[in-house]
Design a protein around this ligand. Sequence first.
Ligand code: FSO
Ligand code: SF4
Length: 434
Amino acid sequence: MQEFRMFCYQCSQTAGGRGCTASGVCGKLPTVARLQDNLLFVIKGISAYLNHARELGRTDPEIGHFLADAFYSTLTNVNFDAQRFVSFSLEAGRMTLRVMRLLKDAHIAAYGEPTPVEVFTGTRKGRAVIVTGHSMKALEELLKQTEGSAINIYTHSEMLAAHGYPGLRRYSHLVGNLGGAWFDQRELFSRYPAAIVGTSNCLMPPREAYRDRMFTTGVTGLPGVTHIRDFDFGPVMERVARLPELEESSGSVRRVTGFGKSSVLALADRIGSLVQQGRIRRFFLVGGCDSPTRRNEYFRRFVQQLPDDTIVLTLGCGKYRINDLELGEIEGVPRLMDLGQCNDSIVAIEIAQALAQALGTGLEELPLSLILMWMEQKAVAIFWALLSLGFRNIRLGPILPAWVNEDILRVLSAEYGVRLISDPEKDLNEILGR
Ligand code: FSO
Ligand code: SF4
């Protein structure tokens, strides 16, 4: 299935001085090596969310202890037990939930709970800064420092969620959202003569066309690009002053975001009775972290084929595959609800738990299917969080994570019902039993 059974070059015993690829010289077996790799990916995901929570003054010693133990367990000659790593991975799922809740609480305390809002997707005449990434704190500081300066601020990709927060959209110069998922940035940033601020993953090495008007903050960095320290955006404002204005243009798509837990649960009674009347047949969580592959066109085609008695929740940058679709409503309940960033998976989970309670059922019996795309490590952390809660039969794409070997796949499919996406119509027929 894979070219390498494993890959490790972390000690001097490494095979041929180049890397252990069949089995560890130390005795580490391929499945253990892969479970260690997986744990390191999840650690990176948890660290990303913890980093954003810390920007907002929040931390959690239990998460810090977990990270230290988990890192240590991947050191040479510490832990050779695959079963221990399976437990660690599931514990990592619990920690992912914990860190997502920490971050969500920090966002709500700082900016209020999101409420639904339609976001302008065109441009206003005037000088502009485009903000990409996930850091609401960086965006807030930029909004404060540019207030009254006649500079317009636009969000890109995962920053779309910012418009849902009352404490951020109160800034009238937060005017709109441009582009789609992270991978359109090189074309988008070349097209608009704006300054650009990268606040987190997912950045791409810049084109020369905009390198000198791009900035990084926090842990991000790009060669030849000015790094902003301590959220002092003075250099950005100086650069914008020397840039031309953007022209007025109308947006070509309608995007609504900002469905917080309260706004969805305010509909819980209505949703409950619509489910009981058979007017809502099933919920789908369709989203996650997108990648520039044609295979991910699956997700749009899947949603386009959904019958009218279904509801779609979405989040992450994967939402851009579907968030321009006009799915309408079922008796006042929107059929497409954008819950926010990938870390807002915690909101999806809490909504699912509340709906299960309202319908008097367990999570496993809830008429909910998870159709998720994954890109990199943060999404893997969320995947384990969902498994640790008991979500089953997740369909995953565009490919299975490459660290999954036959042993791991056997466990994921037999115990958790995880499977790879296939054809939208075939998958939908299977889910709906048609
Ligand atoms: Fe997308 Fe990037 Fe947010 Fe992911 S912008 S791909 S792994 O970070 O988390 O949805
Ligand atoms: Fe090879 Fe083990 Fe050393 Fe890794 S830790 S390089 S598997 S001998």
